[in-house]
Design a protein around this ligand. Structure first.
Ligand code: GLA
Length: 385
């Protein structure tokens, strides 16, 4: 693998040691968007783009971290009494180290170098992959045994508390626990995951709009607040509702008058999306690709109109996909405001899909989209080379 070779050779030059390598994948989410931080259901799969962390232990408590993409080395001390975020890529690595240590595990210092082929800001979870690869690498060279679900939770906490992005657990969980050939139906409350085989008659095709709108992270935190507000307003009449996960579509209709706009729309997306994920899991298990595709389309509509996290480029990409032959369904994937769409396409129509959608998107936007088939891969692990 080219990236692994490059990393090893650069690592030796910069740090003068032979590293171990740990690889963590990015993800695509088939359905279940913004439901994870509402204790709900999601259906992600790992993709074959990833981040690799090369690492060698040091004798002290320093972390020296180099990013090949940013050509930058940052150094910090694990014993720094008041660590503060720098507002750059290194926060993900430092945040994870701090989060692991605050769980009572003790890490040793290390030299780390990170690189990957996940495009940043494209909604394929490059940041979660960085956290997970660095987290497992740090644990392994420190002889710390870690359960991969715990690692996912520590990585999420790093992002919530150190980076300041109040994300749910989906991205970190799938990067840790993905199973090759499968998507996972994940219950974000219990963290129970069920494997769902991807039907061999279809392919998951990812289309990158090549745009990323800046408001993504502030709008994300705002959406999360709106959900919390909805729960607060509903928890009186719906005794025991701790999260929107606990509210049914009928209950929401019944108590709609309690929720001002746009809180009602936000809640309507979450409550209906949770129901769609469960229906989609049933459809996939039964081989009903038409139903699965219809649910993907409905999910996009709800994200666009009720949750309002889509953008013109995502809507265009979805419209173009739906016009191409052999498409069961198309929707935005990830947080939104740019990034990628996910499409369920008949296996023998993938080439024409790429051509038709690629050309039409380019004509309309002057941007060349990246369109590729996703082969669901495994979660984080050490790379033997
Ligand atoms: C981002 C977050 C996830 C999830 C998605 C939306 O990727 O990191 O936790 O909320 O957005 O589904």
């Amino acid at each position: 693998m080219r990236i692994a070779k490059e990393l090893v050779s650069k690592f030796k030059t910069l740090f003068g040691a032979a590293p171990r390598l740990f690889r963590a994948p990015g993800r695509v989410n088939l359905i279940g968007e913004h439901t994870d931080y509402n204790d709900g259901f999601v259906m992600p799969a790992a993709i074959d783009l990833s981040t690799i962390a090369a690492i060698a232990p040091r004798g002290d408590r320093k972390l020296r971290v180099h990013s090949m993409a940013f050509e930058q080395t940052i150094e910090f001390d694990l014993d720094d009494p008041s660590p503060s975020p720098r507002g750059d890529w290194s926060d993900y690595v430092r945040g994870v180290a701090l989060s692991i240590e605050s769980a009572g595990l003790r890490l040793g210092g290390a030299d780390l170098m990170v690189h990957g082929d996940l495009p940043m800001g494209s909604g394929l979870s490059a940041s979660a992959a960085l956290e997970v690869a660095a987290g497992l690498a740090l644990c392994r060279v420190s002889d710390v045994t870690i359960d991969l679900t715990d690692l996912a939770l520590y990585c999420q906490r790093a992002e919530n508390e150190f980076v300041g992005m109040r994300c749910g657990v989906m991205d970190q969980f799938i990067s840790c626990r993905a199973v090759a050939g499968c998507a996972l139906l994940l219950d974000c409350r219990s963290l129970e995951a069920r494997r769902l085989r991807i039907d061999p008659r279809a392919r998951l095709v990812i289309c990158n709009t090549m745009v990323h709108h800046e408001l993504a992270s502030s709008a994300y935190n705002e959406r999360r607040e709106a959900c919390e507000r909805a729960v607060a307003l509903l928890s009186g009449p719906l005794d025991g509702a701790r999260a929107l996960r606990d509210v049914t579509q009928d209950q929401l209709k019944h108590f709609a008058a309690l929720l001002p706009d746009p809180i009602l729309r936000r809640a309507r997306h979450i409550v209906s999306e949770n129901a769609r994920v469960l229906q989609a899991a049933t459809a996939l298990a039964a081989g009903d690709l038409a139903e699965f595709g219809w649910l993907m389309n409905e999910s996009h509509r709800s994200l666009r109109d009720d949750y309002q996290v889509s953008c013109p480029e995502l809507d265009l990409m979805v419209e173009l996909a739906r016009g191409a032959p052999g498409v069961y369904g198309a929707r935005m994937t990830g947080g939104g405001f740019g990034g990628c769409t996910v499409n369920l396409v008949e296996a023998n129509r993938v080439e024409s899909f790429k051509e038709i959608v690629g050309e039409a998107y380019k004509d309309a936007t002057k941007l060349t989209p990246r369109i590729f088939v996703c082969a669901p891969g495994a979660g984080v692990g050490e790379l033997e080379f």
